[in-house]
Write a protein that binds this ligand. Structure first.
Ligand code: FAD
Length: 507
């Protein structure tokens, strides 16, 4: 297999501009004649649906609003430099590359940093209620791996607000008829005709029927595969199967071992647990991480004979501040996760299992007051209290690392096309932007950037007929890939429905 990343020539800072200037365009009238399938309605899917084509969009859930993007808490990075603290496109680029252990594709990362500011403007235009400061400007906070404040946020519900903004825009297109929404559908197969992706087979989760859809191109936006570890911070139906199906159909899969372990999750608390709950990284802005300095204290806490409040300040080991004074508690995620595991393995862990460290807000509450802490993190504290039955305003939270984000995914070139022509992958299901360790708050940037990424004239070859060619099937005939399937609905283009008229040459 030959991999051509199609990275434009020229200096990093000019690649995207040059690419845009030299890219073949599809005029709006022709775009409407081209049918695109988008699988996934998270931030990546909803953004891809906005590219102006005639779109069929699919999700497992009963509503696009339930895509996993809704769970993101902490924030979204953009190099706006509103804080005037020295941020720039170059610095966001460098932080992302360094955060990713120098394993990310530089051209993609530079593009991501470059479009990050526009993404915030677009989200604001879609009505996302980002937090604002006293002067009315958008506020920022810090995330791990950065020494500037560039993370835009909406309390601890940033993903929810971003997805609601995207959902609003998507709904408008659905009402206009340019996007057709198919919810409660699970992708079962990718259809490849003459080497090009031309459609998908889905299971209707309400009727159990198999249905088939044809298109000029397929965009996969189905999220990550963290659930292969069983316990992770992902929703249970973020199952990763769609990307795997495409891989089995021939799409290359890159860096499957690059999985991010998030340092601040609520520790495992029982055998019957099906997922873990993330406590946003933003908490490390004001929370201080520690374990007891003495093993005897840790053991007494584990036996329930002591509480963290019994450990005096001088007997606490703020190990991140001690070991990494320049970043303190805001070291990158992999560093914070490793350090927590190292302390627990050495016998200093707390909680009944010994697999936990403290995240303490006592200092922040004293410095800022409880009201301010509540304003910033109130919903996260409430969530923690509901799950653990402990009051984090009074007793330090207990946290431990957990599987969170998958940097690996379907291999894509600069145009987000996989190794199967006509199959594109966007958002967490591709591999391109985050190297071996994603910078906190940059995952929301990459799926949202999909609407400013390419795909236009690559959806079909200008020299070939652009009409999707599916074998037609009668309602009761059996699909080739599913011998025993009971029912079979055909959504292939038919001239009578006029869904996919032959497209004029696009060159
Ligand atoms: C708890 C949590 C908190 C996070 N917080 C942050 C944060 O603060 N900042 C940040 O930058 N990132 C954060 N992330 C990461 C970020 O939320 C995700 O990487 C991002 O939202 C992924 O978006 P996506 O559109 O690629 O996929 P998703 O939002 O996961 O959407 C996947 C879509 O694909 C559909 N789908 C999947 N499989 C199939 C199938 N077989 N057939 C049909 N449809 C299918 C689903 O129905 C869904 O609509 C967080 C992640 C988690 C788990």
């Amino acid at each position: 297999m030959s991999l051509d990343s199609k990275i434009p020539s020229g200096p990093l800072s000019e690649k995207w501009t040059r690419y845009k200037a030299s890219q073949k365009l599809v005029n709006p009238a022709n775009k409407r004649k081209m049918n695109i399938i988008v699988v996934g309605t998270g931030l990546a899917g909803a953004s891809a649906a906005a590219l102006g084509f005639s779109v069929d969009i699919f999700c497992i859930q009963d509503s696009p609003r339930r895509a996993h993007s809704i769970a993101a808490q902490g924030g979204i990075n953009a190099a706006k430099n509103y804080q005037n603290d020295g941020d720039s496109v170059e610095r966001l680029f460098r932080d992302t590359i360094k955060g990713g252990d120098y394993r990310a594709r530089e051209a993609n990362v530079y593009r991501l940093a470059e479009v990050s500011g526009d993404i915030i403007d677009q989200c604001v235009a879609q009505g996302v209620p980002f937090a604002r400061d006293y002067g009315g400007l958008l506020d920022n906070r810090s995330f791990g791996g950065a020494q500037v404040s560039r993370t835009f946020y909406a309390r601890g519900q940033t993903g929810q607000q971003l997805l609601l903004g995207a959902y609003g825009a998507l709904s408008r297109e659905i009402a206009r008829g340019t996007v057709r929404l198919h919810e409660r559908r699970e992708m079962m197969e990718l259809v490849v005709v003459d080497g090009r992706a031309r459609g998908i087979i889905v299971r209707n989760l309400v009727t159990g029927d198999l249905e088939r859809y044809a298109a000029h191109a397929v965009v996969l936006a189905t999220g990550g595969y963290g659930n292969v570890y069983y316990l992770s911070t992902n929703a249970m139906n973020s199952n990763g199967s769609a990307a795997w199906i495409c891989h089995r159909k021939g799409a290359a899969f890159a860096n499957p071992c690059y999985v991010q372990i998030h340092p601040t999750c609520i520790p495992v608390h029982g055998d019957y647990q099906s997922k873990l709950t993330l406590m946003s990284e933003s908490l490390r802005n004001d929370g201080r991480i520690w374990v007891p300095k003495k093993k005897e204290d840790a053991e007494a806490i584990r036996r329930g004979e002591k509480s963290p409040l019994d450990i005096p300040e001088e007997e606490r080991d703020y190990y991140l501040e001690r070991r990494y004074p320049a970043f303190g508690n805001l070291v990158p995620r992999d560093v914070a996760s490793r350090a927590a595991k190292e302390r627990c393995d050495a016998g200093y862990g707390v909680g009944p299992t010994g697999l936990a460290v403290y995240l303490d807000f006592a200092d922040a509450i004293q410095r800022l007051g409880r009201d301010v802490v509540e304003q910033k993190y109130g919903n996260l504290f409430q969530m923690y209290q509901k799950i653990t039955d402990q009051d984090p305003y009074r007793v330090p939270m207990m946290i431990y690392p957990a599987v969170h984000y998958t940097m690996g995914g379907l291999w894509v070139d600069y145009e987000l096309q996989t190794t199967i022509p006509g199959l594109f992958a966007a958002g967490e299901c591709n591999f391109s932007d985050h190297g071996a360790n994603r910078l906190g708050a940059s995952a929301l940037t990459s799926p949202t950037a999909t609407s400013s990424s390419p795909t236009p004239s690559r959806t079909t070859s200008p020299t070939k007929s652009t009409k999707a060619r599916f074998p037609t099937a009668s309602p009761n005939s059996t699909p080739p890939n599913s011998p025993s399937a009971p029912a079979w609905r055909d959504y292939s283009p038919s001239p009578s429905k006029n869904r996919l008229p032959p497209t004029p040459p696009l060159s």
